[in-house]
Write a new protein. Structure first.
Ligand code: ATP
Ligand code: LTN
Length: 329
C-alpha cells in the first residue's frame, strides 16, 4: 500500500492536526510497503492572503515539527510541494476533468471565501491541486481528518473521470480517518472544529504551546449543562471533545475514560486532560527545539525527500501527457 498526505505550512499546528493527521502519518510510515509520502503543501497556502516572508519560515517550522512528532527521513518521504514541479503541472492537466459545478459546492471554498474582499481563483481550484498531489503517487490510502472528506471525494471523481476518458492511469485512492479524534472541536466553541484559521485562540491548543498555556486552555474549556461525564457528541459536545482528547493522550479507550470519571466533576476532567496533553507534547517540544535550530540539515532532508518524490511521480505525469494527446518531446 502507498500512503500519501499533505499538510499546510500556515499557522501553528494544533492538537486537532496532531490527532486527526500527524499521529496517523507516524503510524503509517512503517506499516506500508509501498512507502509513505508526506507533503508540505506550500503551493496550497498561497490561495489565501499570506506574507511571503513567513512562508519560508513556516515551511521549515513544519518540517521540524513533523520530524519531532516521529516522522523519520529514512522511513518515509517528506518534501515541499513547490520542489516537485509535477504538482503544478498535474493540477493544470486535471482541471480539464474537474467540474466547475463540483468545485463551487466545496464547503471549504465557501467558508474560506466568505466575507473576504478578494477571493483568489486559487482558492476555487485548490481541490484540483490536491487531487494531483494524491494521484501522482498512485496512492492507495490518504490519512486525513474529517474536514477533508469532500476534497477526497472530488479527487476520487477526478481519477475516475480521467481513467474513463483517457484510459486507466490512476489508482482511485481511499481516505483513512482516525477512529478517535477525526474532528477535534474548539475548546471555546465545541460545535466548531478546532482551527488555526477560523477558531478562537483560547480554544485552540497548539502542539508547541508551553505547559502552562496548555493547562490554562483546558481549564477554561467550555463544558455543557448537566454534570455527567459521558461521550455523547450531539448532546454534550464540550465534554465529549475532552473525553476524546484524553482518550488519545492517555492511550485508553473512550469507554474506559467514561468509567473512570463516573461520579466525578468536570473540573477533574479538565485538569487531567490538560496534564495528559502536557505530557504528550513535552518530548515533541524538546525535539522540535533541537531540530529547528539546524536549518541546513532540514533543507538537506527536504532536498532528499523532493528527489525521491520527483522520481516516484515522474512516470505518472508522463503518462498523463501522453494519454491526453500531447506531442512527445
Ligand atoms: P486549519 O483549519 O487549522 O486552518 P487546515 O485543515 O486548514 O487547518 P492543515 O493544517 O493542512 O489545514 O490540516 C492538516 C490535517 O489536519 C488535515 O488532514 C485535516 O483534516 C486535519 N485537521 C485539521 N483540523 C482538524 C481537527 N479539528 N480535528 C481533526 N483533524 C483536523
Ligand atoms: N487540503 C488539505 C491539505 C492537502 C492534502 C493534500 C491532504 C493538500 N494536498 C493531499 C491530503 C492529501 C488540508 O488539510 N487542508
Amino acid at each position: 500500500m502507498r500512503v500519501f498526505s499533505g499538510i499546510q505550512p500556515t499557522g501553528a499546528k494544533h492538537i486537532g492536526n496532531y490527532i486527526g493527521a500527524m499521529r496517523q502519518y507516524v503510524a503509517t510510515q512503517d506499516a506500508n510497503e509501498g512507502g509513505a509520502y508526506f507533503c508540505i503543501v506550500d503551493l496550497h497556502s498561497i490561495t489565501v492572503e499570506y506574507d511571503p516572508r513567513d512562508l519560508h519560515d513556516r515551511s521549515l517550522d513544519l518540517a521540524a515539527l513533523l520530524f519531532a512528532v516521529g516522522l523519520d527521513a529514512d522511513r518515509c518521504v517528506l518534501f515541499c510541494q513547490s520542489h516537485v514541479a509535477a504538482h503544478s503541472e498535474a493540477a493544470w492537466l486535471l482541471s480539464a476533468v474537474t467540474g466547475f459545478g463540483q468545485l463551487g459546492r466545496m464547503t471549504q471554498f465557501k467558508e474560506k471565501g466568505e466575507g473576504k474582499e478578494f477571493v483568489s481563483a486559487g482558492l476555487f481550484t485548490y481541490p484540483v491541486l490536491m487531487a494531483g498531489d494524491i494521484l501522482l503517487y498512485q496512492t492507495d490510502i490518504v490519512p486525513i481528518g474529517d474536514d477533508q472528506r469532500q476534497h477526497l471525494e472530488l479527487a476520487r471523481d477526478v481519477a475516475e473521470r480521467f481513467n474513463s476518458r483517457y484510459g486507466e492511469t490512476f489508482k482511485v485512492p481511499r481516505a483513512v480517518y482516525p477512529e478517535v479524534g477525526a474532528r477535534i472541536m474548539d475548546l471555546q466553541e465545541p460545535t466548531k472544529k478546532m482551527s488555526t484559521t477560523n477558531g478562537t485562540p483560547q480554544g485552540t491548543v497548539l502542539v508547541l504551546d508551553d505547559p502552562d498555556t496548555i493547562r490554562k486552555k483546558f481549564k477554561t474549556a467550555v463544558t455543557d449543562s448537566g454534570r455527567e461525564i459521558r461521550f455523547v457528541p450531539e448532546e454534550k459536545p464540550g465534554v465529549s471533545n475532552l473525553i476524546e482528547i484524553l482518550s488519545v493522550a492517555s492511550g485508553r479507550p473512550i469507554a474506559e475514560v467514561e468509567e473512570d470519571y463516573d461520579g466525578r466533576g468536570y473540573g477533574d476532567l479538565k485538569t487531567d486532560v490538560g496534564e495528559a496533553v502536557v505530557e504528550l507534547f513535552r518530548p515533541v517540544r524538546e525535539r522540535y527545539a533541537e531540530l529547528r535550530s539546524d536549518e541546513d540539515e532540514l533543507r538537506r532532508l527536504l532536498r532528499i525527500g523532493a528527489e525521491k518524490a520527483q522520481t516516484t511521480s515522474a512516470p505518472t505525469l508522463h503518462h498523463m501527457y501522453e494519454r491526453m494527446g500531447f506531442v512527445a518531446r
